[in-house]
Design a protein around this ligand. Sequence first.
Ligand code: CO8
Length: 255
Amino acid sequence: MGFIEVKTEGALARITIQREKSLNALNPELLKELEETWKTLEASGCRLALLTGSGKAFVAGADIGNMAEFSKDQALDFARAGHRVMNVIARSSVISLAAINGFALGGGLELALACHLRVAAHSARLGLPEVGLGIIPGFGGTQRLSRLIGPGGALRVILSGEMFTAAQALSMGIVEEVVEDAELERRSEEIARAILDHRSHLAQRSALTLVREGLDLPLDQALEREAVAFSELFNSDHPRTGMTAFLGKRKPEFS
Ligand code: CO8
């Protein structure tokens, strides 16, 4: 342990990657630590993780020094280790919001893509520069980016390897919001609070799963899953709590 700072406040966790001298580049130890951090968050009852980087980068990619002399087998192991971590984050019931504070390149952008939501600081720079290194985005980028913005946009980003601005990322649909640099922390926390306060965590968990898994299903099957998931919420007291609070002009307090 040692590359990740975790600060929790109730259901909110602030996660900061701290490997500043390498612009928070992801090496195997850091990846392992990220995976363990998420598993700890899940066990702790945390509902939302705000993920950011320390210094001038969110994450500037996988650690290039670590990869330069890879054999084919080592490359496969590393790609699989990356996939495992990104999947843990993407499939987690802990809602993840990437607060992109600087460079989010290669594996760093792929990490942000594994998160459920992305807010970028105005000066952030994003990109998938892998093809310039003779490799491909191997931490899920070829798949998650094309699912997020479509194949044309994804191929433009991947094939050019160009760095682009936060405003360009917003127009491509890669991030949900861009804010002034000084506002990144405050605005990310505001979004987190809007998600957490007086909202049903059971309904949110259900919606997370439906959106994520539904994308891989034919529409009719995905809609049927939605209907079943909708009905299953009525096994809990959350629908009654939420709707009686509305009718009583109160804010709901979900158990
Ligand atoms: N890996 C290792 N070290 C890095 C990385 C990185 N990805 N990025 C930056 N660093 C290091 C630099 O080498 C430098 O170290 P040192 O001080 O010892 O020379 C330090 O961080 C500071 O960086 P710079 O001096 O370069 O800072 P600048 O502000 O001049 O430039 C940049 C910032 C533009 C971000 C520049 O550092 C850069 O281009 N970095 C590399 C970005 C990149 O190509 N990222 C993609 C990496 S590949 C990848 O992520 C693949 C993921 C999928 C893997 C699949 C597994 C098989």
